[in-house]
Design a protein around this ligand. Structure first.
Ligand SMILES: NC(=O)c1ccc[n+]([C@@H]2O[C@H](COP(=O)([O-])OP(=O)(O)OC[C@H]3O[C@@H](n4cnc5c(N)ncnc54)[C@H](O)[C@@H]3O)[C@@H](O)[C@H]2O)c1
Length: 251
């Protein structure tokens, strides 16, 4: 059983899918969770699912805006005390767009949410963690962090970048008590695909990619990995990518 014993944890994209399941798993393990999302309705659903008002606070913020990032970190600390764990989880898909269909707008939106925002959240949270000599980041990467055909080009590049961010933070600050790890889910039943209907070329790419797909995971299959990575049981794990895809990518 993972124990998180009051650990103060901020989760982005906590209103749906993997982020909501993380909120549930962390609270079940004893953590105090500050759940952030840009959708108030989604956050209300998370409050309803977790049902632990003393251990869960919700906060409406768009993580692409720097003032909103600073505001959410300050609000989390005010509510629960120093932030010990951050799950950089908010993310969007890119309609499986190959490069010749990718507009600047699509590229920039996906990069903003999937890569720039986690970088900014991490950068803003680091100084206080370094002062205390302890801190833990868990980044929701993807099998698109190391394969080429699991998303369109924007998503693939953003998730490769997130793995780079994970490793660079781990190597830069590991000796000062910071751990930064990543999870690479395969295919998980959440709302993410419904929010980004693939283009025609994207449908073809997806068909190829899905040909060997094992049964889809539930978000609840991924969340306990994050809880473990946040726990003292994982104190020797830094800069790791935990692949959770039922073996999809080993073939
Ligand atoms: N579902 C999968 O198959 C799968 C596979 C690999 C990786 N992932 C990754 O898992 C993470 C979570 O995705 P999910 O599948 O649970 O999706 P989801 O769409 O169910 O949940 C994502 C949540 O993030 C929130 N969000 C998006 N942009 C935001 C922003 N700018 N500011 C604040 N909140 C924002 C959304 O409102 C939503 O509640 C993503 O990073 C995704 O890339 C998902």
């Amino acid at each position: 059983m993972t124990t998180l014993d009051g650990r103060v944890t901020l989760i982005t994209g906590a209103g749906s899918g993997i982020g909501r399941a993380m909120a549930e798993a962390f609270v079940a393990a004893g953590a105090r969770v500050f759940a952030v999302d840009r959708s108030a309705d989604a956050l209300a659903g998370t409050t309803e699912a977790v049902r632990a008002p003393e251990s869960l606070a919700t906060h409406l913020a768009d993580v692409t805006e720097q003032p909103a990032v600073d505001g959410m970190l300050a609000a989390a600390e005010q509510r629960f005390g120093p932030i010990e764990v951050i799950c950089n989880n908010a993310g969007i898909l890119d309609r499986m767009m190959p490069l010749d269909e990718t507009t600047d707008e699509m590229w920039e939106r996906v990069m903003q949410i999937n890569l720039t925002s986690p970088m900014r959240v991490t950068r803003a949270a680091l100084p206080k963690m370094l002062e205390r000599g302890a801190g833990c980041f868990i980044n929701t990467c993807s099998i698109a962090s190391f394969q080429g055909g699991r998303g369109g080009v924007s998503y693939t590049v953003s998730k490769h970048g997130m793995l780079g961010l994970t490793r660079a933070v781990a190597t830069s600050y590991g000796e000062r008590g910071i751990r930064c790890n990543a999870i690479a889910p395969g295919s998980v039943k959440t709302n993410i695909a419904a929010r980004a209907e693939p283009s025609a070329a994207g449908r073809e790419l997806r068909k190829k990619g899905l040909a060997t797909r094992p049964p889809q995971a539930d978000a609840a299959d991924i969340a306990p990995i994050a809880a473990f990575l946040a726990s003292d049981a994982a104190r020797y794990i830094n800069g790791a990518l935990v692949v959770a895809d039922a073996g999809w990518t080993i073939y």
